[in-house]
Design a protein around this ligand. Structure first.
Ligand SMILES: *[C@@H]1O[C@H](CO)[C@@H](O)[C@H](O)[C@H]1NC(C)=O
Ligand SMILES: *[C@@H]1O[C@H](CO)[C@@H](O)[C@H](O)[C@H]1NC(C)=O
Length: 242
């Protein structure tokens, strides 16, 4: 009995799956290449989506293809997938189709990404460090399926699995938020400048349900990305908007 209790306590301390955790100031660190290390994020709502925005910060040294955010459903494994093709190009998938965006050459610095899609127009917008790229369209009229499994660190080629070491992420990811709407340009700037002030409605970094698998650890941020991403005019909000 005591053994069971102890292992339950151990499991609880190993994952944030059982209680919401405020992850402000933390990062998920994926220290090395693997097909077994990842984080499962539990969404607050699992309804179908006619629009969404996903935003997060990451840094990495990888130059090969890697998955940054993978959301699969039982019908569609790349229902929402944001990935880096190589050092310059990004891919955004919705419902197994993708569009490619050309950014500037990679550095190992923190980068803030914000991707949105809207079913009524099919417009996909990718913002890199608060600057939008020329927009594209795909999957007009589509609806992102219910009951997603959302994973960081690996790309799902099946529902909750099918990982490939050559698509894995190595580096740090933080400030992950997701909304069931397209953020306005000023809200994208808020998400960039004030970390998690605008709380996600589907994934909220300040109230996260997650599960760590294998070799992923949580570390404190080494610097305030909000200060160092901004041009001197940004002010960190002291109060959350949620
Ligand atoms: C990166 O990927 C894009 C899209 O597939 C391709 O057009 C481009 O040539 C690639 N760049 C490098 C440096 O491999
Ligand atoms: C990953 O890439 C390496 C180097 O290109 C290759 O040798 C290996 O077979 C690949 N692994 C998988 C699982 O595809």
């Amino acid at each position: 009995m005591e053994g069971i209790l102890l292992s339950c306590l151990f499991l609880m301390s190993m994952s944030g799956a059982l209680a919401a955790t405020d992850m402000e100031g933390n990062v998920f660190l994926f220290p090395k290449e693997s097909a077994t290390s990842y984080v499962i994020l539990t969404p607050k709502t699992t309804s179908p989506l006619s629009s969404f925005t996903v935003s997060f910060r990451y840094r990495k040294e990888l130059t090969r293809y890697c998955s940054l955010f993978s959301s699969a459903t039982s019908k569609t494994f790349n229902d929402i997938l944001i990935s880096k093709e190589n050092t310059t190009h990004y891919k955004v998938f919705v419902g197994d189709e993708s569009v490619t965006f050309r950014g500037t050459d990679d550095t190992p610095d923190w980068e803030h990404l914000c991707a949105s899609w809207d079913s009524s127009t099919g417009v996909v917008t990718l913002w890199i460090n608060g600057k939008s790229l020329p927009r594209k369209t795909m999957k007009k009229g589509y609806s992102v399926n219910a009951q997603p499994i959302i994973i960081l660190g690996q790309e799902q080629d099946s529902y909750g699995g099918g990982f490939d070491i050559n698509q894995s992420f190595v580096g740090e990811i933080t400030d992950v938020n997701m909304w069931d709407s397209v953020l306005s340009p000023s809200d994208v700037q808020l998400a960039l400048a004030n970390d998690n002030w605008l709380c996600g409605t589907i994934i909220d970094w300040k109230s996260m349900y997650y599960e760590l698998k294998d070799d992923v650890i949580i570390q404190r941020k080494l610097e305030h990305s909000s200060y160092y991403q901004c041009d001197g005019t940004c002010r960190r909000q002291t109060e959350s908007k949620c």
